[in-house]
Ligand binder design. Structure first.
Ligand SMILES: Cc1cc2nc3c(=O)[nH]c(=O)nc-3n(C[C@H](O)[C@H](O)[C@H](O)COP(=O)(O)OP(=O)(O)OC[C@H]3O[C@@H](n4cnc5c(N)ncnc54)[C@H](O)[C@@H]3O)c2cc1C
Length: 493
């Protein structure tokens, strides 16, 4: 039996390991941390539990699909439920908008709140759906770097409908062409942050992200987001994947025919027929691979945004808040200029609050809530994060205290803070970027590293830093593409 080594147990590493074990390979995962999941983690302190990394669950069918592939019932491992309210939005002028998952309800509510005709909102949804239907098979589900991907009627048809994609406009421009309401434009612009991009630069095609949330809905993992990683870890062990934790791979060994021969940790060398790197592709090339020309143009693409997160145990419950809440900034354009141009944090940032105790009461003591308060920031360019955090903390507390009419500082009974530098340290993601490279350029999709190496035979890549990009659903798709690329017949290697 041929053997596969996976470097890293992030969501894509776990998914790839399961897929390859099901395919009949002997699979081993090396992980430098003591736990699986990478950016998906869980924090416990003072009677509170927090999701450490991603708080928003969309498209869980890609998780369920892996259990089904293994002949298992996903419900026996991982439970989740759909949310009726996807997010609650607040503006400084007192506007509040409850975004319903149901499109009809959403359009009625949005029309009332933002004084835009319902038909315009429905037309926007229709257009986003059309974009998604046309592009998903090219940009998300297949390797962009294989000629076969382009040789189908569906794809040729998509390429003839370029105008619909609004690639010549920014997302903000596309949204401004659709609506008059500044608040509604800001609402739809926010979807650029789902892959760490700037709505004033990323192309209009990105309204497909909003379609994915609207069409498939948002979900709650009943035992927290970490249960996604835990359940896949359990499945991996069940299908025969072996794990070695607290083991950092330092080197990928390539033979004289430029073919994979194994990997090395500080202590040991391990033979392998195939290596799948779930480590950030930037570090894979810069730290693990020697004597091979680096794809510099790809590796040096602009990184996605990162974040400062305050995990606060708050001694009060707030009936106006839900699982996901957004407090928008007054000037969105200048906020993104701060992040992507000035590499700084805005003095008036948009604040995201995730409160899982609204859905999972055991996540906070009675009468309290677990607040995960996230601010989008640039990735780590060497800024003075302790200075930034100090300033940001007082801005955030002041803004939320005014909006919620409380003295928030007095209610914080437990605290932990992470910065882009800590995110980099915990998951070895270059510059602490949340989603690999940004999508601020029209050609970003083509400038993400492919899921296979064109320079080394039997070397593959999965995860948020490579095609099709960051975020849990896309990472799972990267594992699926890797699975499609690796032959089922082991003699073909
Ligand atoms: C704060 C935050 C908020 C986010 N919000 C969302 C959200 O709401 N929804 C969403 O879908 N996505 C969100 N994301 C993005 C999402 O979490 C990531 O895209 C995804 O989890 C990345 O998975 P990955 O497979 O690329 O691996 P990673 O999670 O990056 O893990 C890589 C793993 O490889 C290990 N590793 C690296 N190098 C080595 C080595 N040399 N040897 C051994 N092990 C190694 C690391 O320790 C790590 O465990 C968020 C991310 C963060 C950090």
């Amino acid at each position: 039996m041929k053997n596969v080594i996976v470097i890293g147990s992030g969501i894509a590493g776990l998914a790839s390991s399961i897929r390859l074990a099901i395919k009949g390979y002997d699979v081993k995962v090396f992980e430098v941390n003591s736990y699986p999941g990478g950016k998906i983690s869980s924090i416990k302190m003072d009677g509170f539990r927090f999701d450490g990394g991603p708080p928003l669950l969309t498209m869980p069918h890609y998780i369920a699909e892996i259990f089904e592939l293994a002949g298992e019932n996903p419900n026996n491992y991982f439970k989740y439920k759909k949310k009726e309210i996807s997010c609650v939005y607040f503006w400084d002028d007192g506007t509040k908008f409850i975004a319903h998952s149901d499109s009809e309800k959403f359009a009625i509510e949005a029309s009332k709140t933002f004084k835009e005709p319902e038909e315009k909102i429905k037309k926007y949804f229709k257009r986003a759906k059309k974009k998604y239907d046309l592009i998903s098979s090219i940009f998300l589900e297949k390797s962009l770097h294989k000629i076969q991907t382009y040789l189908s009627f569906k794809i040729l048809k998509s390429l003839f409908q370029l105008r619909i994609f609004e690639i010549q406009k920014s997302l903000n421009q596309a949204n401004s062409d659709s609506f008059k309401s500044k608040h509604l434009i800001q609402f739809f612009n926010r979807y650029a942050t789902y892959n760490g991009s700037n709505p004033y630069q990323t192309p209009g095609i990105m309204s497909v992200i909003q379609h994915l949330e609207k069409n498939y809905g948002t979900y709650v993992a009943e035992k927290g987001m970490f249960s996604i990683a835990e359940s896949l870890f359990e499945l991996a062990k069940k299908v025969g994947v072996k794990f070695e934790f607290e083991t950092e791979i330092d080197n990928i060994i390539i033979d004289s025919n430029k073919k994979i021969s194994g990997v090395k940790s500080k202590k040991k060398t391990y033979n392998a027929d195939i290596v799948i790197s779930n480590m950030d592709v930037y570090y894979t090339f810069n730290k693990l691979i020697k004597n091979i020309k680096k794809p510099l143009k790809i590796l040096n693409q602009e990184r996605s945004s990162s974040a400062v997160i305050f995990y606060w145990g708050v001694k009060k419950t707030f009936k106006d808040l839900d699982l996901h809440n957004i407090f928008f900034s007054k000037d969105y354009k200048s906020e993104f200029k701060s992040i992507f141009k000035d590499k700084n944090v805005s003095e008036d940032p948009t604040i995201y609050i995730n409160i899982t105790s609204k859905e999972i009461p055991s996540d906070a003591p009675k009468g309290s809530e677990n607040w995960y308060v996230m601010i989008n920031t640039p990735p780590d360019y060497g800024q003075d994060w302790s200075k930034i955090v100090k300033n940001l903390r007082s801005i955030v507390i002041k803004k939320l205290s005014i909006q919620l009419e409380v003295d928030l500082e007095k209610m914080i009974v437990s605290e932990k803070i992470i910065t882009p530098r800590i995110i980099q340290k915990n998951s070895k993601s270059y510059m602490g970027a949340l989603y690999g490279t940004s999508s601020n350029d029209l050609f970003s999709a083509f400038l993400r590293h492919p899921n296979f190496s064109t320079r080394v035979k039997n070397l593959y890549f999965c995860g948020g830093s490579v095609h099709p990009g960051g975020g849990i659903p896309l990472c799972l798709l990267s594992a699926k593409i890797v699975d499609d690329l690796i032959p089922k017949s082991q003699n073909e290697l």
